[in-house]
Design a protein around this ligand. Structure first.
Ligand code: ZN
Ligand code: ZN
Length: 176
């Protein structure tokens, strides 16, 4: 499709100060989506599907709603475990394909990073990710200056940039 650009800061463990900073934001961001928001988002999602010519199946809705209700940035496997409680006959493959479809129509996105299983995010508000290299937790944080990072001109002249995201790696508060 296009080029996704992400920046790796802090390859080495973070300083103590940055760690406290991330923990503070983590607690703040813990508030989960409420039912009204969830229903509104589901409505938006169904029209998004129709616009993209996709069938709105109960399984698709269930996967989308599970994704919205977690801040764990789950992998397909993690979501599969949740959705199969309601749809015992659903396959991991269906969950996987649905997540990739959500990504294509812009209802969710994959979290940057390499090596581990692909992780998904239904939170489309501006935010950035901190990933613990040890326990693999992905934690949202929001630092306003990161929303509008300017790219070097040779990059924006050469490529079409679709999305920029800041991705921070280190050790989380539980693993340090
Ligand atoms: Zn950790
Ligand atoms: Zn996120």
């Amino acid at each position: 499709m296009g080029i996704k650009i992400f920046f790796n800061f802090f390859r080495t463990p973070l300083t103590d100060r940055s760690k406290y900073y991330l923990v503070a934001i983590m607690n703040e961001e813990k508030n989960k989506i409420n039912n009204i928001e969830l229903d509104e988002k589901t409505m938006q999602f169904t029209s998004q599907c129709r616009e993209a010519g996709l069938k709105v199946t109960p399984q698709r809705i269930a996967i989308y709603r599970e994704l919205l209700q977690t801040d764990e940035h789950p992998s397909a496997e993690m979501l599969y475990e949740k959705v199969k409680k309601t749809f015992p006959s659903i396959s991991l493959d269906t969950v996987n394909r649905t997540l990739l479809t959500l990504n294509e129509i812009g209802a969710a996105f994959t979290v940057a990073g390499s090596g581990d299983a692909r992780r998904f995010d239904g939170g489309l508000h501006e935010h950035q990710h901190f990933k613990c290299v040890k326990c693999k937790r992905i934690i949202d944080f929001h630092h306003k200056p990161f929303d509008n990072i300017k790219l070097p001109s040779e990059l924006s002249e050469k490529f079409t940039v679709l999305r920029k995201t800041v991705y921070v790696e280190g050790l989380c508060d539980l693993c340090r």
